[in-house]
Design a protein around this ligand. Structure first.
Ligand code: ATP
Ligand code: MG
Length: 383
């Protein structure tokens, strides 16, 4: 364990409930690629969470099935390199389910019901009284996903913080009960506040595949421009000369998350940087159309190389599945090591525990001998 715990290991993932969007990009994907290229971790794992996706999509399994390849294509398109990162599918790593079973005993129902992200999602998905048990428990299976790999870092958006907190509670409880066994993970949320939770094009709190308010990494130029031009902005900015608000204005939040000074130089040279553009908008005299056209150019610039790589892999689908199969095998081997450690810690490692077998074998032998002695004694007494 000590050697393992010194290693820097990353695990993160996404649910195959749709193609990935700009929220995923700024909240997590962009960071993963940077970490990969910096060589910041000894091992990196990225998981397509199909089993988790089924917890609220069990009635539409085809949706999950079809989106596994979409998410894999998005991963490869943003520049995740399967030689540096293990890309795998959750359902193909059975070790995760064994760990989930043990961890479920270490949480209470009321703790699960208090999880703020799960609470929001339950309302959003309109489960009412019929919350699938698997859905309520997904933070526990997510804990298994993380600790199975001894992950020290988990790059995620802000909505995932309660999950990492839950994971740490389980790790702490496990280690206290059964001895130091599991590694405690740390969330890595983006340092800029704009990328932690990118709003939707409709101005809603979170861009989400389930809310139909997303700009997808695979959208073509025209679609991006159309979506940007119909974006929600500042309701009070009716005439060009009115002073505008940039705070809580998704168009400016997207620019905060994506625009560089180089984008200004290339697409809107009248302004040096975002500071100047914001100042003008707030003063009045700058129209939404100009800002939106610039935003569309920025997004299309960011997406151009991503679209290129997607095309390359779309022409090689069997190869992509092979990448996932190999990755899942590697992930399974790694998770198996953790499972063995966990079984040992709890004491459910019967067949590989020689000492247990020897000790019990001796104890039972002694018992049989004692019984035999007693029988012999009683027989002698009778005579
Ligand atoms: P679903 O609606 O099916 O839950 P989702 O859009 O929320 O889909 P997930 O697969 O649940 O996507 O999230 C994957 C990762 O992307 C998580 O780390 C999450 O924090 C991050 N993420 C998702 N949406 C955003 C967003 N709008 N801004 C920043 N990060 C995000
Ligand atoms: Mg989500």
């Amino acid at each position: 364990m000590s050697e393992e715990s010194q290693k820097k290991i990353m695990l993160t993932g996404d649910r195959p409930t749709g193609r990935l969007h700009l929220g995923h990009y700024v909240g997590s994907l962009r960071r993963r690629v940077e970490l990969q290229n910096e060589g910041a971790f000894d091992e990196m794992y990225v998981m397509i969470a199909d089993t988790q996706a089924l917890t609220d999509n069990f009635g539409v399994p085809q949706k999950v099935r079809d989106n596994v390849i979409e998410v894999a294509l998005d991963y490869l398109s943003v520049g995740l390199d399967p030689h540096k990162v293990t890309l795998f599918v959750q359902s193909a790593v059975p070790e995760l389910f064994e760990l989930t079973s043990y961890f479920l005993d270490l949480v209470t129902l009321s703790r699960l019901e208090r999880n703020p992200t799960v609470k929001t999602e339950i309302t959003q998905k309109q489960f009412g009284e019929s919350i699938p048990a698997g859905f309520l428990c997904y933070p526990v299976s997510q804990t298994a996903d993380i600790v199975a790999f001894d992950a020290t870092g988990v790059p995620v958006g802000e909505d995932q913080l309660p999950m990492i907190e839950q994971a740490n509670e389980i790790v702490h409880k496990f280690n206290t009960l059964y001895g130091e066994t599991l590694v405690a993970p740390k969330a890595m949320v983006p340092t800029d506040q704009y990328s932690r939770r990118l709003p939707g094009t409709d101005g809603k709190a979170k861009m989400s595949k389930s809310l139909d308010n997303a700009i997808y990494l695979s959208d073509d130029e025209k679609t991006v421009s159309k979506k940007v031009m119909s974006m929600f902005t500042d309701e009070t900015h009716l005439n060009i000369n009115d002073p505008g608000h940039t705070e809580n204005n998704p168009v400016f939040i997207y620019l905060e998350a994506l625009a560089t000074d180089d984008h200004f130089r290339r697409f809107l040279p009248e302004y040096k940087n975002l500071g100047e553009l914001k100042a003008h908008y707030e003063r009045g005299g700058l129209g939404d159309v100009t800002v939106k056209r610039f935003l569309a150019a920025v997004i299309n610039d960011v997406l151009a190389p991503i679209r290129e790589r997607r095309k390359y892999y779309e022409a090689r689908i069997p190869e992509v599945y092979e990448i996932l199969r190999e990755g899942s095998e590697r992930a399974s081997a790694k998770a198996h090591e953790t499972v063995l450690r966990v079984r040992r810690a709890i004491g459910v490692n019967y067949f590989s525990d020689r000492k247990l077998i020897e000790k019990q074998s001796k104890a039972f032998k002694k018992k049989l001998e004692d019984e035999a002695k007693l029988a012999e004694y009683l027989a002698r007494q009778k005579k």
